[in-house]
Design a binder for this molecule. Sequence first.
Ligand SMILES: Nc1ncnc2c1ncn2[C@@H]1O[C@H](COP(=O)(O)OP(=O)(O)O)[C@@H](O)[C@H]1O
Ligand SMILES: [Mg+2]
Length: 280
Amino acid sequence: MNVAIATFVDLPEGDEDTPALIAELGALGHRAEAVRWDGPADWAAYDLVLVRSTWDYSTRLGEFLDWAARVPRLENTAEVLRWNTDKSYLRELGAAGVPVVPTLWDPAELPEWPDYVIKPAVSAGARDTARWSAEEAVPAAAHLARLRGEGRTVMVQPYLDAVDTAGETALVFFDGEFSHAVRKAPILTAGAGVQPMIADTKDEREQITPRAASKAELALAAAVLAAAPGNPLYARIDFIPGPDGDPVLLELELAEPSLFLHHAPGSAARLASAIVKRLG
Ligand SMILES: Nc1ncnc2c1ncn2[C@@H]1O[C@H](COP(=O)(O)OP(=O)(O)O)[C@@H](O)[C@H]1O
Ligand SMILES: [Mg+2]
């Protein structure tokens, strides 16, 4: 089997998960290589194209989804990518009963909250995302106006301050099976304004450490996956504790999540097996 690991121009060899995945696929007798998604590759020549570090997609979403629709055998599928690359899916999951971070969608005015986050619905790596306090109404309004002026769907959320102590928990699933979890340190510093994209320095800025998932997180993750469309090959589900301490969904990542394989022994082999199993 011949696998392409789709990446972007700044990471020609793929992200930090890629070498371990290539090695594990190799151990199972399969060839894999990192390939730039917007390059001249012959996608039909691969038995499977795995969307991984395509981290410039958020600035060129239409082009990315058109590419996905053209690739004969893509995981996660073009349909799943279309659904998941706009955080509007959180509305659907919320309506299905999943506890999601409370969100104002495209508000005309700023909320009167002491501490809140403004972010675009299409984004990755905290690009164009910022945390604002009640005293920062002027720059916050400018941020909101800029995103609206760019025609983007804007999300405004209370800052879940449990992230400052508990951090964020990311649960990784392969073919519907839980693989491992990590803790991510908080990213949005008060008073820091709009963040530049962090994708190219992810691990450094995100400060990842291994963590055990709680029973509540595992149960909620199962509910999130059940409410999501398709049968994704990989999924990462990010939770932050809400005001009552129970996990709430920040993000369901089905497009190009870092999988933090090197924080979890055996996880690269589990992903490789899931890939091979899927191809039969
Ligand atoms: N409502 C929130 N409360 C606390 N932290 C948040 C909130 N929204 C975003 N963040 C922080 O910003 C980071 C990026 O936001 P996220 O919604 O995960 O978007 P993306 O990872 O797609 O850029 C999160 O990992 C988290 O640290
Ligand atoms: Mg995130």
